[in-house]
Design a protein around this ligand. Structure first.
Ligand code: PAF
Length: 255
């Protein structure tokens, strides 16, 4: 597995690839959800490239960025075992030579759901994904459905800017108790980890969004939103402490 630390390394590697290239962008702290994207890419493309970059422009909260788990050595061994051809590990100066003077802004859906309480989050996501797609030039790029709003916004961006890449959405991977896998789960206390599967269970019940939000509150979750849109119910809750909250998101088919 090649480690590509500069744009020059990435371009040199990309130039040697004759078949199709699948791309899995990540922020590291890899779990089985990420690996499912890698396996999908391995199936659908000749070569898989993964990027690991904790993108600061998509964090609207400095604490969240500081607490984002860093497990690089473990991540690299998981990717090597999964048969990844190359891992791109950029840094801020490479990704933002303009120091984030330029940004990619979606004006509608990005302000709803997760965007409502995290202003600027999707601008950071779309900006970095556009940069990564331009650099990696993949035939297909793989994203998880846990971040359903992100996936939809990336599909919209690719269409709006005529980017020649197929965006592939992959199903949510869950722990045995139903909790959607997420890098942030590593930050849950033992007690919160035990309670956390109730989020998914309650989100999947029938009833109005308001009744689901009430049920989540009664179960002790700090509810950010519960909303049904286009046949899916989306939710975000906070666990942990006020100083160090752990944010969980999930979505299920609406009943
Ligand atoms: O889903 C993520 O991990 C990130 O939002 C992404 C797509 C890698 C962009 O930083």
């Amino acid at each position: 597995m090649k480690l590509l630390k500069s744009i020059a390394d990435l371009k040199a590697f990309r130039d040697t690839q004759e078949g199709s290239v699948g791309f899995v962008p990540t922020m590291g702290a890899l779990h089985d959800g990420h690996l499912s994207l890698v396996y999908a890419s391995n199936m659908e493309a000749d070569t898989t490239i993964v990027s690991i970059y904790v993108n600061p422009t998509q964090f609207n909260n400095a604490n969240d960025l500081d607490n984002y788990p860093d497990t690089l050595a473990k991540d690299l061994s998981k990717l090597e075992a999964a048969g990844v051809a190359a891992v791109y590990l950029p840094d801020y100066t490479q990704m933002y030579p303009d120091d984030f003077s330029y940004e990619l802004n979606e004006k509608s859906f990005s302000n709803e759901l997760c965007g409502e309480l995290r202003p600027g989050h999707f601008t950071g996501v779309l900006t970095v994904v556009m940069k990564l797609l331009n650099l990696v030039q993949p035939d297909k790029a793989f994203f998880g459905e846990k971040d359903y709003q992100q996936l939809e916004l990336i599909r919209g961006m690719v269409e709006a800017f005529f980017i020649d890449v197929e965006i592939v959405g992959c199903s949510i991977v869950r722990e045995n108790d139903g909790l959607a896998m997420s890098s942030r789960n590593l930050n849950l206390s033992q007690c919160d980890r035990k309670r956390s599967p109730k989020f998914h269970r309650i989100l999947g019940l029938g009833g109005s969004d308001e009744s689901i939000a009430m049920a989540l509150k009664s179960a002790g979750f700090d509810v950010e939103y519960v909303r049904t849109k286009s046949g899916r119910r989306f939710g975000a809750v906070r666990m942990g402490t006020v100083a160090n909250p752990v944010r969980l998101i999930d979505n299920v088919p609406a009943r």
